[in-house]
Structure formats: structure tokens, C-alpha cells
Design a protein around this ligand. Structure first.
Ligand SMILES: NC(=O)C1=CN([C@@H]2O[C@H](COP(=O)(O)OP(=O)(O)OC[C@H]3O[C@@H](n4cnc5c(N)ncnc54)[C@H](OP(=O)(O)O)[C@@H]3O)[C@@H](O)[C@H]2O)[C@@H](O)CC1
Ligand SMILES: [K+]
Length: 241
């Protein structure tokens, strides 16, 4: 079956409508479900076991994609994993992000900032995977620092260390896909609500694809031009391939 996708522009419009006066979701609600979805995809891909490594590096960017990563880290901690968060550029536009960081501290999850030695966690003998929550559907190339250097280090690490990308593989053009051969290649992509066109450019031999962010009714999906996804039971993610 053809992959159902919507453009970055339509995704932003859908987001706005969900949080508009008629529907009335808050960003906090949607982000909680989005982060929970990503955590569930990690658990499905790398089931927790007492005898294997359980450290997960979550890299959070400055926007809502980063917020999804902060929520995901909390759910991973609840599921027995040992997340470490690298959050180099923090926004003060709303107090909500600082609250998410406080919740991580409450769960004893380390939150590293600019200047901290985050790259030590790229050691694949100790870390199970990296959650790429750097940029989502509002990314506009070219990438600015410090994120260019972070992506370069992820590219080097990805041979041995799987990357789980939230919504968009960071650095990819949301509608066109990977801009050049230097882009990261995630092992797992978790599209939120509905895949964006770049998801059609993944190589399905290299990248497992999930959809998550299960927060819209059937008629709303159809209005935005896609068939709803057949999630099972209360699952927050559905593996597409
Ligand atoms: N309904 C859904 O599906 C839901 C989706 N959700 C999630 O929200 C995500 C979209 O979030 P978003 O709109 O906040 O944008 P996002 O992609 O995080 O990036 C914006 C930030 O990046 C920055 N920035 C941009 N380009 C840059 C560059 N080249 N180099 C450096 N920086 C750059 C930009 O900075 P600015 O340009 O403003 O200075 C700004 O700070 C979406 O993908 C999904 O994960 C859920 O949380 C809720 C429900
Ligand atoms: K991402």
C-alpha cells in the first residue's frame, strides 16, 4: 500500500487546528502523547532486559520536537531504561520546557547542557540507541550551530549506534528528504500523526518506520486527505514497515 503522507505546510496547519479554539487540545497534551509514542517505539525495537545495556541518549532540540524528546526520556525512565538527555539550546518562550526538565530531574534523569561532555554517550558499548529529537517539521536548512556539529558526530556514530528519529530525521528536508549523502540515516523513524513526504525517501531495508501520535478521529484524518492508521488496542504506535 502507498505511504500516506502530508506536506510540512499541511502538518503545521493540522497542528494549529488541533490546538485552536474549536478542538482545544493543549500543546502539553499532544506532546505527552507524542513522547509516549516514541518511547513505545524504542521499547518495541529494543525490548528492555536486565542483562543488556539500557542507556539511551536523547538529544533534544529547541522546539517542540525537542519537547517530544524530553517527554520520551521520562517514559523510558519509567520503563526501566537509563536515559541521558542532551539539551544544548533551551527555550524560555514558555515555562513548560523548564517544567519538563524539572520532571526529568525528579526521575533522576541527567540533563546535560551546552559545554557538557555529551559525546561520551555515543559509545555503542554502553549506549543502546540515540533518540534524535532535534528538529521536526519546522526545520529550515541550512542547519545552524551547535546542531551542525552534533549531526556530524551522529553521522560518525550511526554505523554502530542506532538512531531513532522523532517525526523527521534531523537535517532532512521535510518534503524532499535527505539533502545530501552526509545526512544521518536513522534505524527507526517515528512519524507523528501522519508521515511527512520525506518518510517516503527512507530505505526500508535500513530504517524501520512507525507512526505514532495517536490523537485524531477518523473524519479529521480524512479531511486532511489520509486514511486513519489501524492501531491495535491502546497501542500508541503502529509499525508501517
Ligand atoms: N500534531 C503533531 O503532529 C504534533 C507534533 N509535535 C512535534 O512538534 C514538531 C514541530 O515543532 P516546532 O514547530 O516547534 O518545530 P521544530 O521542528 O521542533 O523546530 C523548530 C525549532 O528549530 C529551530 N530551527 C529551525 N531550523 C533551524 C536550523 N536550520 N538551524 C538551527 N535551528 C533551527 C527553530 O529556531 P528559530 O528558527 O525559530 O530560531 C525552532 O527553535 C513536530 O515535528 C513534532 O515532533 C508535538 O510535540 C505536538 C503535536
Ligand atoms: K527529529
Amino acid at each position: 500500500m502507498a505511504l500516506r503522507t502530508i506536506s510540512s505546510q499541511l502538518a503545521a496547519q493540522l497542528d494549529k487546528e488541533l490546538m485552536g479554539p474549536e478542538v482545544g487540545f493543549t500543546l502539553e497534551q499532544l506532546m505527552e502523547l507524542a513522547g509516549l509514542s516514541v518511547a513505545q517505539a524504542v521499547v518495541k525495537e529494543f525490548p528492555y532486559s536486565e542483562t543488556r545495556k539500557s542507556q539511551v541518549l536523547v538529544i533534544a532540540g529547541p522546539g517542540n520536537n525537542g519537547g517530544d524528546g524530553l517527554v520520551c526520556a521520562r517514559h523510558l525512565a519509567l520503563s526501566g531504561f537509563q536515559p541521558v538527555v542532551y539539551y544544548p539550546k533551551r527555550t524560555t518562550k514558555t515555562p513548560f520546557y523548564a517544567q519538563l526538565v524539572n520532571q526529568l530531574k525528579f526521575f533522576k534523569v541527567p540533563v546535560l547542557g551546552a559545554g557538557d561532555n555529551w559525546a561520551q554517550y555515543l559509545d555503542h558499548t554502553k549506549t543502546l540507541c540515540v533518540v534524535d529529537a532535534i528538529f521536526g517539521f519546522s526545520f529550515k536548512p541550512p542547519v545552524r550551530e551547535p546542531f551542525g556539529s552534533i549531526l556530524q558526530q551522529l553521522r560518525h556514530a550511526q554505523q554502530n549506534l542506532p538512531i531513532v528519529s522523532v517525526d523527521i530525521p534531523t537535517g532532512w528536508d521535510v518534503d524532499e528528504g535527505p539533502a545530501d549523502s552526509d545526512c544521518i540515516i536513522p534505524s527507526v523513524l517515528v512519524s507523528l500523526t501522519v508521515p511527512k513526504p520525506c518518510a517516503a525517501k527512507i530505505d526500508t531495508c535500513e530504517t524501520h518506520h512507525y507512526v505514532g501520535g495517536r490523537f485524531i478521529p477518523r473524519d479529521f484524518a480524512l479531511k486532511y486527505g489520509f486514511e486513519p492508521f489501524p492501531y491495535e488496542n491502546l497501542d500508541q504506535v503502529l509499525r508501517l514497515h
